[in-house]
Design a protein around this ligand. Structure first.
Ligand code: NAD
Length: 412
């Protein structure tokens, strides 16, 4: 039996990129080691007066190309290894898109659905104060991820600012607009996933109008991707969340309306399906936009989609990846496909630094040009080096970080 985890996947991807780039073994030593790891105990006073302890993490994987940058996840499965893996992916993603950042990730092992709003706020503020010494607009800039949203970012920004004695909007991204957030940030990751999907269809010679798409995950990434894909003329035929999937709904907007009202996908007249059945639908594009490891040795064989666009971080294990490659399925890797979120986070940080805010059109236009440039580089490198798009994207991202290490030298 293979034991695959987000960290083993991320490490084997790095190993592959280093070997394909022909970098010396010293590069493996420097690039496979996170720069800074902070594990914190986060005490929470529940509304009933009970005190509970949670484990929190912040991993600054790299600061070689700039301050570290990455989301904060609230999920029961959060642990140190997963946080390191996600921080590593952020590092290659920021380098691939040429943002002046390193990579980071953080989180708390907690199910946010078990917290009242006031408990969530207290937990977020305490976590922020525990990691406060190592974050800041010039050091490390958190953002939302699974289980967190703009409310958490507002509480993080406020906690940091109260301690600084003045407002520091640039300490986090993904904030509400009135606190220095950017137009277009909420939908940015999904918008980017849709751009990647459109371009992959073009490369495969499939008509965008009417192309069929199945999406695993109906959260911040899955929902906004679905909206953008429909706007581009594609047909979103199935969507799932943690409780399973649905197909045969009239439109994403109608399904979302139902979901908001009832918090479930039991759309009247539509068919329910399991998450595995959704992965195995005969569609043009499959978009995993939930958690890691959903396309594995077990689920990979049944995949019939022509293209997989990775909305989630690390949704494909190495054995799942090998199956997709053998089947000739084009995989747009996570560090390219879901980079729209960190790209617009970068715009938010730039706007906060300048106290000058852009129009929605400017944000969308700049997002599109950065993504298209990265997309083209990945496509061209894959063709030139005869590697998969994942290998190509990693070679570009890892190669840039390795080059930055080389030029900076080793202190002392
Ligand atoms: P979210 O919490 O908003 O949504 C997650 C969705 O996945 C929910 O619909 C949830 O029900 C579903 N889900 C959870 N477990 C599942 C399971 N076992 N099977 C099927 N569905 C399941 O999170 P998000 O922000 O949309 O993030 C989703 C993925 O995208 C994560 O891997 C995240 O790291 C990645 N990502 C997010 C952003 C961002 O800007 N939010 C940016 C880049 C990458």
């Amino acid at each position: 039996m293979t034991t695959e985890s987000p960290l083993s996947t991320a490490r084997s991807q790095l190993r592959g990129a280093i070997d394909q780039l022909g970098l010396p073994e010293n590069a493996w030593h420097t690039l496979s080691t996170p720069r800074r790891i902070l594990q914190v105990a986060v005490p929470l006073r529940r509304d009933n007066g009970d005190i509970e302890m949670y484990n929190g993490y912040r991993v600054q994987y790299s600061t070689t190309r700039g301050p570290s940058k990455g989301g904060v996840r609230y999920h029961p499965d959060v642990d140190l290894d997963e946080t390191i893996a996600l921080a590593m992916l952020m590092t290659w993603k920021c380098a691939l898109t040429n943002l002046p950042y390193g990579g980071a990730k953080g989180g708390i092992a907690v199910d946010p659905a078990t917290l009242s709003d006031r408990e969530n706020e207290r937990l977020t503020r305490r976590y922020t104060s525990e990691i406060l010494p190592i974050i800041g607009p010039e050091r490390d800039i958190p953002a939302p991820d699974v289980g967190t949203d703009e409310r958490n970012m507002a509480w993080m920004m406020d906690t940091y600012s109260v301690n600084a004695g003045f407002s520091v909007p640039g300490v986090v991204t993904g904030k509400p607009i009135v606190l220095g957030g950017s137009l277009g940030r909420t939908s940015a990751t999904g918008d980017g996933v849709a751009i990647a999907t459109r371009e992959a269809l073009r490369v495969r010679g499939i008509n965008i109008e009417g192309a069929t798409v199945a999406i695993q995950g109906f959260g911040k990434v899955g929902y906004w991707a679905a909206v953008a894909l429909e706007n581009m003329g594609m047909k979103v035929v199935a969507i799932s969340d943690v409780n399973g999937g649905v197909k045969g709904f009239p439109s994403v907007a109608k399904l979302w309306e139902h979901f908001q009202l009832h918090q479930n996908l039991d759309f009247p007249g539509a068919d329910r399906l399991t998450n595995e059945e959704l992965l195995h639908l005969d569609v043009d594009v499959l978009i995993p936009a939930a958690l890691a490891d959903s396309i594995s040795e077990k689920t990979g064989l049944g995949i019939k989609a022509k293209i997989v666009v990775e909305g989630a971080n690390g949704p494909t294990t190495p054995s799942g990846d090998a199956i997709l490659r053998d089947k000739g399925i084009l995989v747009v890797p996570d560090i390219l496909a879901n980079s729209g979120g960190v790209i617009v986070s970068y715009f938010e940080w730039v706007q906060d630094k300048q106290n000058y805010f852009w129009s929605a059109e400017e944000v969308k236009g700049n997002l599109s040009s950065i993504m298209m440039k990265a997309f083209k580089e990945v496509e061209e490198t894959a063709a030139k080096k005869l590697v998969t798009w994942r290998e190509s994207a990693l070679m570009i991202g890892v190669g840039r970080v390795a080059e930055a290490h080389r030029l900076r030298g080793l202190y002392p």
